[in-house]
Each structure stands twice: as structure tokens, then as C-alpha cells.
Design a protein around this ligand. Structure first.
Ligand SMILES: [Zn+2]
Length: 376
């Protein structure tokens, strides 16, 4: 086992370096060490994406678990916000995944994993549920051949990898959680690998045509370094498809409209990715969500939304003991209310969306899907 040097991005002169055995190290311990050191936090912190000096936007934001507080920094150069301390706390994921079926934002993943095998067309099912999957489906159908080698990084419960494979694509799923990989293998088949991306990269350089990373990068402490690892895995003409909550679709007054830290550590914008692409000499394009937006209501896109429906302040989801504070009622698997619902979906939804939303932003969604390719 090689010791690994952990660098906390953003800190230049006061960079914290921790030497540890990558497999034996207790993450909670690391988190506490960093939190202690953070008391000596320098005034100036640089953007974790573009290295431009970042400004404090909010102090003492209570995090995902009661009792933890964070500072939110913003970079005006690349419109990236990030939480400080900027450190992954693996403990919190154990707590989340042991209650995933009742945690808001996570309960739907359990639902998809449970429902997907009974779907006639699993990828259509997911694409109709969420913009993220819609974008992945469209890109694969338009740009990727069935012979292409695809890797889903952070495959989690495995349902997206399964749905893509059902369409005839050559895909495998990678996840760091052995529990998740074990469950996915039992449920869907033997095309899931358990591993750490930095180790996996060493043995699989240039092996993939496409890498899919959905809703993962915002959880990572070093998004730019993580991208480097993914770029090593793709061929020279390969592509990296990344989805993440889109800061660009919110006004600059919104400080942190995404999951509380340390679950989400970074809130990236379109400009964040332009900066990453420039630094790494990549070409980039953003997926156009207008086809999805025309048929799916998103209240935050309404013209009067900001004036009349201010988002409630986000509150911790876990108490100090790791118990869930607000359980989300599990959505019923088949909650159709018949013809009325179908009529609403078909006629009224497009009507509302056409007349109540910012038409000029119809191509943009609260999630961002970016396609990165190596410049040759
Ligand atoms: Zn920046």
C-alpha cells in the first residue's frame, strides 16, 4: 500500500498535507484533523477550480448533519461556490446510505433501483423522470456507438448502468462502495467493479471511449484533479460526460441552493467548466435541455418564482446522532391517477411552461450536463 498525499485544494501557502495509508485511514479522523487546523485558516483562500482569490459569502452555515458548520466561498472569476472545510466526510455517507429509503433526495434512488427491472424500457423510464438521465440517453443515442466501451463512475445502486446496458451498450459500472457494488451485482449482473478511481486509473489508462459521471463531482474535494483521473481513462478521441447541479441556472443572490456540505462540497457553474476545459486543453459543449424542459415542470424556472416563492432555508437532514430528521414519504411505485394525469401532462404542462417560464433560458436546466473531449 502506497501512502497517499492529500492536498486540500484552494490553500496555497497554508496547504494542509496529510500523509496517510489510503486504505487504513479513518476518514472521520482526517476530517477532525482538518477541522482543527482550519482554525488557523488564512484569510485568503483561492478558488478550487481557477485559483482566483475567493470571497466569503456566508459563515456558519449549518451542514447536512446538525452541529457541523461551514463557510461558503464564492469565486467571481469562474462563478464557483465551495464549502469550507472542503473535505469529504465518508462517515456521513454510511449514515445516508443506511437510511437512503427515507432521506429526501436519496429516497428516489432506492425507488429507481427497485422499479427499474420491471420496466419495459429502463432508460426511457429514467429519462422521463430526471433531466440528468434524459441528457445521458440523448447523448448516447446520438453520439455513441454500441461497440464503444463505456464506464459509469460512481455507479452507486447500479440502475443507470443497468438501463444503458439494456439498450445494448457496452458499459460497466465502477463504485468505491463495496456494499453498493455487491447489491448491484446481485440485482443486475456481473458488470460492476468496486474500486477507487485513482487506483483504477493506473491499470486502465486509455481504455474507455466514454465515461459517465452523474451527480458525483459536487461531492468530491478536488473536482479538477478528479477530472484528470477520468481523462486518463479515456482514449484520445473519447468523451467525458458530467452532470452536476447547475449554479448558472440560479441568480447570483442564491448562496447555496444545493445539498448542504459536506455532502455537496462544490456548486459548479457553466463558467467553472469553461475554466476546467481551458486549463486542461479540452473542448466542451453543454447539453441543450429544451426538449426536456418543454414537457417537465420545474417551478424554479417560473418568472415570479424568486419574488413569491423563496426557497426555504435548507436545514440539516441528520441530527447529531446521525438519525434522519425529516423522513420523505416513500413515493408509491405506481401512483398514476388515470386519464386526468395524462391529460395534464400532455396539454397543460407544456402550456404552463411556455407561458410562465423564461423562454430565453429554455435550454438550461437546474442540472448541467457537460461533454468534455481532448483537443487533438
Ligand atoms: Zn474560480
Amino acid at each position: 500500500m502506497n501512502p497517499e498525499l492529500i492536498l486540500i485544494p484552494g490553500l496555497n501557502n497554508h496547504r494542509i498535507s496529510l500523509l496517510f495509508q489510503s486504505h487504513d485511514f479513518c476518514y472521520q479522523q482526517k476530517f477532525e484533523i482538518v477541522q482543527k487546523r482550519i482554525k488557523f485558516m488564512p484569510e485568503e483562500i483561492n478558488c478550487i477550480i481557477c485559483n482566483h482569490p475567493a470571497n466569503i459569502k456566508l459563515e456558519n452555515l449549518e451542514g447536512y448533519q446538525e452541529g457541523e458548520t461551514f463557510t461558503i466561498y464564492h469565486c467571481s472569476s469562474c462563478n464557483t461556490s465551495f464549502a469550507w472545510p472542503h473535505v469529504i466526510n465518508e462517515n456521513i455517507y454510511d449514515k445516508i446510505y443506511s437510511h437512503a429509503d427515507i432521506i429526501p433526495g436519496y429516497s428516489r434512488y432506492t425507488l429507481y433501483a427497485n422499479e427499474i427491472t420491471s420496466q419495459k424500457n429502463p432508460l426511457d423510464y429514467l429519462a422521463n423522470k430526471e433531466a440528468v438521465y434524459f441528457s445521458i440517453k440523448e447523448i448516447l443515442e446520438k453520439d455513441v456507438g454500441k461497440e464503444a466501451r463505456i464506464l459509469e463512475v460512481g455507479a452507486g445502486l447500479g440502475y443507470l448502468t443497468y438501463a444503458i446496458r439494456k439498450e445494448g451498450f457496452n458499459i460497466v459500472g465502477l463504485d468505491i462502495s463495496s456494499d453498493a457494488v455487491e447489491q448491484a451485482k446481485i440485482k443486475f449482473g456481473d458488470y460492476f467493479i468496486c474500486g477507487d478511481i485513482y487506483e483504477f486509473r493506473n491499470d486502465n489508462e486509455g481504455r474507455f471511449d466514454v465515461i459517465i459521471l452523474t451527480e458525483v463531482i459536487e461531492h468530491i474535494s478536488d473536482p479538477a484533479g478528479f477530472c484528470d483521473a477520468l481523462l486518463k481513462l479515456i482514449k484520445n478521441d473519447g468523451q467525458l460526460i458530467i452532470t452536476t447541479p447547475n449554479k448558472s441556472s440560479f441568480s447570483s443572490e442564491e448562496i447555496w441552493e444545493t445539498e448542504l456540505p459536506p455532502v455537496h462540497l462544490t456548486w459548479l457553474s457553466e463558467t467553472s467548466f469553461k475554466s476546467i476545459a481551458k486549463q486542461k486543453n479540452l473542448s466542451l459543449s453543454f447539453f441543450n435541455f429544451s426538449d426536456f424542459n418543454k414537457t417537465h415542470i420545474d417551478v424554479t424556472r417560473f418568472i415570479f418564482y424568486n419574488q413569491f416563492y423563496k426557497i426555504k432555508n435548507r436545514a440539516p437532514v441528520l441530527d447529531r446522532n446521525g438519525k434522519v430528521i425529516i423522513p420523505a414519504p416513500l413515493r408509491k411505485a405506481k401512483g398514476t391517477k388515470g386519464k386526468l394525469k395524462i391529460a395534464f401532462k400532455k396539454y397543460f404542462k407544456p402550456f404552463f411552461i411556455q407561458f410562465l417560464t423564461h423562454k430565453k433560458n429554455i435550454n438550461r436546466n437546474n442540472v448541467l450536463c457537460v461533454i468534455l473531449k481532448k483537443n487533438r
